[in-house]
Write a protein that binds this ligand. Structure first.
Ligand code: GDP
Length: 205
């Protein structure tokens, strides 16, 4: 697992507090309670990496996790790589002011972060995309950043229902959006390998 060995570096309230804008990083986004922390833990194989919680709306910082350097082609030095956990607002209990703060920070981050290679968006497979998710896709559309959608909690659906939800999601992507999507479940381990491969692919682009 190339994402194994991820380590917490820092938590930031502002983009400028993030680690130096060098190397490559992939950002993880999702509404509170979508299952983002569980997905990060499953992908890195580190149960306690991102704190999962039963109280939605508590993760209100950008958190940086350093990955072991990624091997590159012959003669090239290894790639410094990170995962960035974006705050998952979009939950009713988050005050309006804070929502606006994060909207602006995430907007600035997606538009100006040179080392950012792509976004992994985590959404519950059982529900249509919500305002937060659609905003993230819109940001990806305008910046041209690739987005990989993890349709998580797939263990809550039958295999047939999950496949159907995935197909419908793919169909809904507008032209020109660089988006891919897959079925995922942190609990059942579904799609974990596929997601790891996609994250590494994004980091290497
Ligand atoms: P976050 O707020 O997006 O970081 O969400 P968490 O990872 O903390 O998960 C929110 C809730 O959903 C927790 O109660 C998790 O146990 C549950 N959860 C997360 N992923 C899955 C999954 O793949 N399947 C199921 N059944 N529950 C999940």
């Amino acid at each position: 697992n190339p994402l194994q060995g991820a380590q917490f570096t820092l938590a930031a309230h502002r983009v400028r507090q993030l680690p130096a804008d060098e190397g490559a990083e992939v950002a993880f986004a999702g509404r509170s309670n979508a299952g983002k922390s569980s997905a990060l833990n499953a992908l890195t194989g580190h149960r306690g990496l991102a704190r999962t919680s039963k109280t939605p709306g508590r993760t209100q910082q950008m958190v940086s996790f350093a990955l072991p350097p990624l091997a590159q082609g012959e003669g090239e030095s290894p790639l410094e790589a990170r995962l960035i956990d974006l705050p998952g607002y979009g939950y009713a209990k988050v005050p309006e002011e804070l929502r606006e703060h994060w909207k602006l920070e995430i907007d600035a981050y997606l538009h100006h972060r040179a080392s950012l290679r792509g976004v992994v968006l985590i959404a519950d497979i059982r529900h249509p995309l919500k305002e937060f998710d659609r905003m993230m896709l819109e940001f990806c559309f305008t910046t041209g950043l690739p987005c990989h959608l993890l349709l998580t909690k797939a263990d809550k659906l039958s295999r047939g229902q999950a496949t159907q939800a995935l197909a419908a999601m793919r169909k809904s992507f507008r032209d020109g959006l660089h988006a891919t999507a897959q079925v995922f479940s942190s609990t059942a381990g579904t799609g974990v390998e596929e997601a790891r491969t996609r994250v590494v692919e994004l980091l290497r682009t």
